[in-house]
Write a protein that binds this ligand. Structure first.
Ligand code: C2O
Ligand code: CU
Ligand code: CU
Length: 580
């Protein structure tokens, strides 16, 4: 079939191909030049989600392959789900209507949300029921996504189609990057050639636990996808929305591109690269320049073949084509590769003792464990204090890949096997990190925004459903406790004790009742002599009363430090001496 004919056929095929009109953001290039007779289907763009609207989940029939019917789990009739585009600081609201015959939840991957809005399997939305998910978007601008997260049904529902982009924008981060028609999200998912046109999810005993792999790639639900591009700079937002497949991303001509962002938004600067690994749940944004290509040429984004240690009964590392870019015009994006973005402040681990997570794979079901544990929805595996820096050491004691993921916060990768010289797609903010066979990775993390129960798990969705997942609870910051019951008359910050101290000291303060304040927010932080804020030990509403907290100065050098306590418009400060 000639391509033009293919396009016309595909357009007749209906809904999936309609390009969202409300926003030019992701609309396709005009495609009136057909020069060569290349095969394939024009890249599709899911419709844009209207904030505040319904997300109705239902088994639906759509045309993924031209003129053939596929039963998918669609959202508002669309596979992949509609793209959420929301400005940082706005409140996101979606009413999830579950018209499936089984339980589900919606999880906003990489996004910080209150525990009950996080799509935790403890908060299921039953068939025929609905749930309003609503929360202010606190994350940096970046490419996030949403997907199903019900207990033991995540892999199946995602494979069937329950996933979509969640893109956070921020007008204050303007670096003249390519935008509009030149800013293209690419959701990469592998399916099975032998099953075309069906999305059968029928894993055998082994693949049900090792991982369900496909051998043909869909991009935004488009098989054999191509995109017509101009001879200019493009921004591509890559999301690995696959169940288990780990891609080694590169171009067919091995061209160089710039990696500009990791899971949690822009890096501190663009980094040139020719390839990178992209594991399930990860996102990487790249800038690709087609300006030296000639009209009529094309280049393919693909996953390179690689060898995968271990003797698993399935094939990671096969060569796969992802999407072909056909250079067809001279339109210009006007975008640039900036020299730098905003600097990222890297955490200092000091002498923090790591929390250890050891990943193992046994011979009997359930096979995949973390610290010897299989997921138990009712068990809280550890508690982590809000606002304090943590160091996690994740040890892969298996011959398989494990893309490990935390909910609610973004990590900073500290090292791989102790090596702090990290690949560009590791450096920056990350919520999903690939652990290669036998490797350990250390990450640093702070849970700043919400208290409550969250998940830490492998994002190979079969591993996750097999129980490679733990619950943790973000609790009050360490050491802050109410002492005594009487309400003080005055706002006071008492001298710390001991003082001088090493390495920790206690500080008492009094919060009086004060009806003039509309907010009872109390913020307690410590500063160094240069006025640099080192830690926020409390940032919360407190009842009037007497409190005490403990500050551990850890690895900080000897010297003078200051504590600052604010309550409404009242402020107190204190000088403390660390002597080692
Ligand atoms: Cu993207 Cu808990 O998952
Ligand atoms: Cu997540
Ligand atoms: Cu895993």
């Amino acid at each position: 079939m000639k391509r033009r004919e293919m396009i016309i056929r595909a357009l007749q095929a209906g809904a999936l191909l309609s390009i969202p009109k409300p926003l030019q953001f992701f609309a396709n290039e005009s495609r009136n030049t057909v020069l060569t007779e290349l095969t394939g289907n024009p890249l599709r763009f899911p419709p844009v989600f209207t904030n505040g609207g319904n997300m109705t989940l239902a088994e639906s029939t759509v045309q993924v392959w031209p003129s053939q019917n596929t039963q998918v789990v669609a959202i508002n009739g669309s596979y992949p789900g509609p793209t959420v585009i929301i400005e940082k600081g706005q409140t996101f609201t979606a009413n999830l209507i579950n018209n499936l015959t089984e339980v589900t939840t919606a999880h906003w991957h990489g996004i910080s949300a209150p525990s009950i809005m996080d799509g935790h399997p403890r908060d299921p939305v039953n068939p025929g029921n609905s749930k309003v998910y609503t929360f202010p978007v606190l994350n940096r601008a970046g490419t996030y996504f949403y997907h199903a997260h019900p207990d033991m049904l995540t892999a199946k529902q995602v494979y069937k189609g329950f996933a979509g982009f969640f893109i956070v924008t921020d007008a204050s981060e303007n670096f003249n990057l390519p935008s509009g028609n030149f800013d293209i999200p690419l959701c990469i998912q592998d399916h099975r050639y032998a099953d075309i046109p069906n999305f059968n999810y029928l894993p055998g005993t082994y693949e049900g636990t090792y991982g369900y792999l496909g051998d043909t790639v869909l991009v935004n639900g488009t098989p054999d996808a191509f995109l017509e591009v101009g001879r200019t700079l493009y921004r591509f937002r890559l999301l690995n929305g696959s169940n288990a497949r780990v891609y080694k991303i590169a171009f067919s001509d091995n061209r160089q591109f710039n990696i500009i962002s990791t899971d949690g938004g822009l890096k501190d600067n663009p980094v040139p690269a020719t390839q990178f690994m992209l594991s399930p749940g990860e996102r990487v944004e790249i800038l690709v320049d087609f300006s030296s290509d000639l009209i009529g040429q094309n280049v393919t984004l693909r996953s390179l073949a690689y060898s995968h240690s271990g003797t698993l009964p399935y094939k990671q590392g096969i060569l796969l084509d992802i999407i072909r870019f056909d250079i067809t015009n001279n339109n210009s994006s006007g975008g640039i590769v900036p020299a730098a973005f905003n600097p990222i402040t890297y955490y200092d681990p000091g002498t923090l003792t790591p929390r250890i997570f050891t990943l193992t794979m046994g011979a009997t079901h359930p096979m995949h464990k973390i610290n010897g544990l299989t997921y138990d929805i009712n068990r809280i595996d550890w508690q982590t204090p809000q606002l304090s820096l943590e160091r996690w050491k994740i040890i892969n004691g298996t011959p398989d890949f494990h893309p490990m993921h935390t909910h609610e916060a973004q990590w900073q990768v500290l090292n791989r096997n102790g090596n702090t010289n990290l690949p560009p797609n590791d450096k920056g903010w990350k919520d999903t990190v690939l652990l290669n066979p036998g490797e350990y990775v250390e990450v640093l993390v702070k849970f700043n925004n919400h208290k409550g129960i969250y998940l830490f798990h492998c994002h190979n969705l079969e591993h996750e459903d097999d129980g490679m997942m733990l619950n943790f609870e973000v609790i009050d910051p360490i050491g802050i406790q109410q002492i005594g019951s009487e309400v003080p008359e005055e706002f006071k910050l008492h001298q710390n004790y001991p003082n001088p101290f090493n390495p920790s000291t206690k500080i008492k303060f009094d919060i009086p009742s004060n009806s003039e304040f509309t907010s009872s927010k109390v913020k307690f932080s410590v500063f160094d002599i240069n006025g640099r804020e080192l830690a926020i030990l409390a940032d919360k509403d407190l009842q009037p009363g007497k409190y005490e907290l403990e500050w551990n100065a850890g690895s900080l050098p000897s010297g003078v430090y200051f504590a600052k306590l604010s309550y409404g418009n009242l402020l107190k400060s204190l000088k403390m001496i660390l002597s080692k």
